[in-house]
Write a protein that binds this ligand. Sequence first.
Ligand code: MG
Length: 259
Amino acid sequence: MPTHPIRRSVRLSALSICGVLLFGGAAAVLGAAAWDEYVSGIVWPEPEMVEPGIGTSPPSDAIVLFDGHDLLQWVDGENWIIENGYAIASKTGITTKQAFGDCQVHIEFATPEVVEGEGQGRGNSGVYLMNKYEVQILDSHGNKTYYDGQCASIYKQQPPIVNACRKPGEWQSYDIIFEAPRFTDDGKVARPAHVTVLQNGIVVQNHFEIQGSSAWDKPAAYEPHADKLPLHLQFHGNPIRFRNIWVRERIQPLEGKRP
Ligand code: MG
């Protein structure tokens, strides 16, 4: 780290001098002026181009896990029903064949239009990051349950900041930014996992420090695990629809060379 800011001189360009001249009397003063711009001295790599998706299509560097056609990238994908470009949860949960650590997840879902059940029994599914840490999916539109178990909660750990649910049957989105936990060589938590969630474009979890694996019947706790593990979508007995699922792995800040 530099102990003193590095400065480079910035002088007026010919064009800007012409502009200044047009404004008359101040030109003599400004034309002679120079300013020192602060530069950090850090040499940054150039951020790579990523083409954003058009509409709801994925960005160019996304790993597409479901584009409406098949669930070949998922273990037990054959258990779900695919129709009209979406997949309907059925029989079992599904788990990606690929493993992920730090990542951005985009997923769209709709709880059943025909409302059945209540509380945890209405429109229940879930996005299990690393097959362990659940971002709850539930029909929480006019359906009360314990707050740290409603839609967009980190299950049994943290309620959403607000209830951003659309009505039953309407398509909703999660955009999840997940930082995997880090463990020391002897299995201690060096840094807990963190998660940020936008539901339908609204922040519902903001860099929440995950307390451990989600469970219904015991407190959250960490057990050391691999750097990357699969993504899992829960089947909880309700025919939740899913579409447009993709992951991006580049979520860590660029590193520059410091002088
Ligand atoms: Mg669930």
